[in-house]
Write a protein that binds this ligand. Structure first.
Ligand SMILES: Cc1ncc(COP(=O)(O)O)c(C=O)c1O
Length: 446
């Protein structure tokens, strides 16, 4: 089934997508509203994170200062407005939610991967009687706990960053860890994992193939727990708690999100778990006043392809002739998660795509003007305000969903999802690549 869009017809959008041109799709089923289910889900996630905090504080010394919480800064980035072309006051205010600098894993995946590993550790320790249900989770450190976990394995499929967060958390507790990686995984991520004692299995195929190979291998051994990125409620839940953190940072900054001061979140999307979880939590906190957009590379728009076509059958980027090849390894995913697609059906405002050259331009600008160290995937959110304000689709979206003039007060939050752990030489090569390109953004052409 295809939807009839009040904006561009799906056929016209599909043609643009097939041609790998930057595209904004606004969701015709979008229903921004108060969301009790999302609020309850978010509350549960926040309580679980609180329960885990004493254990996190013990196993990761870098979390001592934050009492075992994994948080990132919210930074207003005025220095980026001119180089991005967002100086006009109609662009509202521009912020970065700096998950690229998250402790332990250096990416947004810390929020999902570490949560799922620790929740699993607590569940396994309780269900096997290693600790009593009333024992504090801080009992899961020390030699006996280490030996208990060493009899078990945690496995995951990953383009890189999920593997890092799951692998590091699992090894730190004492588990064996196996990470199945896609062909496009960056060598530095593989090396880093091996340094932590994680077993890395590289596959020739793409990400979805690595995940299914990992699932198959795990299903044969009852002592292996598989973190299933295509189908994990726990990962999704872990990410969702970020929305409450953002809400308190906005309040601290004196910003009251409401109908006249709407919040826009621009979320890099691969399989959909991280952006979906955050968008879900945000709907729970901000109700109808938040608008979440997923952002994807022009060759890997898995969420756009799926959401445009409805949820009856899985759709991949290969089905419309795209290659799934991108420098943005975290987003090199051909088919999105079905459970995320379901949860986003009415909650997601839309999806846009950006080409790799523009990602490199954004990376160089973010570093040169604001000293942000991002990996290519993590830069894509900076294109969000352009799509909202400078395209006919974006303007139609505002007329439909915002009160007049609200856009001028909008708070644009670019979720920068990874990069602080990228080795210096690799990072410099990204910056050089961006600087060597002609300055004109491809997405602003035409
Ligand atoms: C830096 C970065 N950003 C965004 C994503 C997308 O997250 P998800 O695959 O959960 O949609 C990833 C995934 O690995 C990533 O590494």
């Amino acid at each position: 089934m295809t939807h009839s869009s009040p904006f561009l017809s799906n056929d016209a959008l599909l043609e643009q997508l097939r041609a790998a041109e930057p595209t904004l799709w606004c969701n015709p089923d979008y229903a921004p509203q108060r969301d009790d289910e999302a609020q309850a889900g978010l509350q549960q996630a926040v309580e679980n994170w609180r329960m885990l905090a004493p254990l996190l504080q013990l196993i990761f010394p870098e979390l001592e200062d934050t009492a075992g919480t994994i948080t990132s800064d919210l930074i207003e980035v005025d220095a980026l407005r001119a180089p991005l072309g967002y100086l006009d006051r109609t662009f509202g205010r521009l912020f970065v939610k700096a998950d690229h600098a998250l402790p332990v894993a250096g990416s947004v995946k810390a929020r999902g991967g570490i949560y799922e590993v620790l929740m699993t550790a607590v569940n396994e320790a309780r269900s096997s009687g290693f600790i009593a249900p009333t024992d504090p989770v801080s009992a899961l450190t020390g030699a006996a706990a280490h030996s208990f976990f060493a009899e078990r394995t945690i496995a995951v499929g990953s383009t890189g960053n999920l593997g890092l967060s799951v692998g590091i958390a699992a090894r730190t507790l004492g588990y064996n860890a196996v990470v199945h990686m896609s062909a496009d995984a960056k060598p530095w991520k593989i090396e880093r994992l091996r340094r932590f004692g994680v077993k890395v299995k590289q596959h020739r195929g793409d990400y979805n193939l690595a995940v299914s190979a990992a699932r198959d291998a795990a299903s044969k051994d009852p002592m292996v727990y598989f973190v299933d990125d295509e189908d994990s409620e726990l990962l999704f839940s872990g990410y969702s708690a970020a929305a409450l953190e953002l809400a308190s940072q906005l309040i601290e900054a004196g910003i009251n999100i409401g109908p006249d001061c709407p919040l826009f979140l621009y979320l890099p999307c691969g399989i959909g778990g991280a952006p979906g979880g955050i968008a879900y939590g945000a709907r729970g906190v901000f109700g109808s006043n938040v608008h979440c957009f997923f952002a994807e590379p022009v060759q890997s728009p898995s969420a756009m392809v799926q959401m445009m076509h409805g949820l009856e059958k899985p759709m991949s980027v290969y089905d419309i002739g795209l290659t799934n090849k991108t420098e943005a390894d975290g987003m090199a995913v051909a088919t999105m998660s079905h459970i995320v697609a379901q949860k986003m059906q009415q909650r997601l405002a839309g999806v846009y795509t950006v080409g790799d050259d523009d990602l490199m331009r954004l990376l160089s600008i973010a570093y040169g003007a604001a000293n942000l160290k991002l990996e290519p995937s993590a830069t894509i959110g900076f294109a969000g305000p352009h799509f909202m304000l400078e395209t006919a689709q974006g303007q139609a979206f505002s007329s439909q969903h915002l009160t007049p003039k609200a856009m001028e007060n909008a708070i644009h939050v670019v979720w920068t999802t990874g990069g602080s752990f990228v080795p210096e030489l690799q990072f410099q090569s990204f910056v050089d690549k961006g600087n060597a390109l002609a300055p004109q953004f491809d997405l602003k052409k035409g």
